[in-house]
Design a protein around this ligand. Structure first.
Ligand code: SAM
Length: 204
């Protein structure tokens, strides 16, 4: 029976009283418009394209900046090896509480903090380096100095051969990447609101 199947699936992913991802994201945008930077979570097409170059077989530590309501978290966990971990870092405690409610995978760690502290956060989880870092941060609207500090810390924390995956609505985000990464691949995803620039910055 379709109605009971749907109810079962919903109750498994979202306990009673926990808002839907879209409602939660919109609430987050209303509270912190500059830090959230978007009113709609990323599209499936954007997620697939962004994650395509990742070598999941060698990925043991994946870090995500600005997970919001976890739009990328489940697709990452679906692709990740059983012994890999996903560390999701967000400055918004409402999003971190929400993620801890709705994602119960033991490979998942939601951390309330800033991406600028990624090195300490990765060390706190028992690792020196990350294989991949994904960013949905609104780089151009972050407080002065924060974007460059995050880009520099990210370059240090990624292991050689790993990559910094960045999606952003403005191509200006590339200015944050070029001082730290020599090899940067680029693409665009139109099927997203708004259309997004995608960058893969590889650590040599
Ligand atoms: C555009 S939204 C996230 C979109 C979401 N990843 C998606 O794909 O739908 C940006 C997120 O970055 C978070 N954020 C802003 N500044 C941050 C920082 N310095 N460190 C970590 N997260 C930050 C915001 O709280 C927000 O959740």
């Amino acid at each position: 029976m379709p109605s009971s199947t749907t109810a079962t699936r919903r109750s498994r992913t979202r306990p009673a009283g926990v808002p839907s991802p879209v409602a939660m994201f919109f609430q987050g945008f209303l509270k912190h418009p500059v830090m959230v930077g978007s009113i709609i979570p990323s599209s499936d097409k954007l997620i697939r394209k962004m994650l395509k170059p990742v070598d999941w077989a060698t990925c043991k530590v994946f870090v995500e900046y600005g997970p919001g309501v976890g739009t990328f978290c489940r697709p990452i966990l679906d692709r990740m090896a059983p012994d890999a971990i996903l560390i999701a870092i967000d400055t918004n405690p409402d999003f971190i509480n929400y993620l801890n409610h709705v994602i119960t995978d033991s490979r998942f760690f939601a951390v309330h903090g800033s991406a600028a502290d990624v090195e300490r956060i990765v060390q706190d989880h028992g690792h020196e380096k990350a294989d991949y870092v994904l960013s949905g941060l609104p780089f151009s609207t972050l407080p002065a100095g924060v974007g460059p500090a995050i880009a520099a810390a990210t370059q240090r924390v990624i292991r050689p051969g790993g990559a910094f995956l960045v999606y952003q609505f403005s191509p200006k985000v590339k200015d944050f990447l070029t001082p730290h990464f020599q090899t940067i691949d680029h693409d665009m995803e139109w099927w997203n609101v708004p259309p997004a620039q995608l960058y893969w910055a590889w650590k040599d």
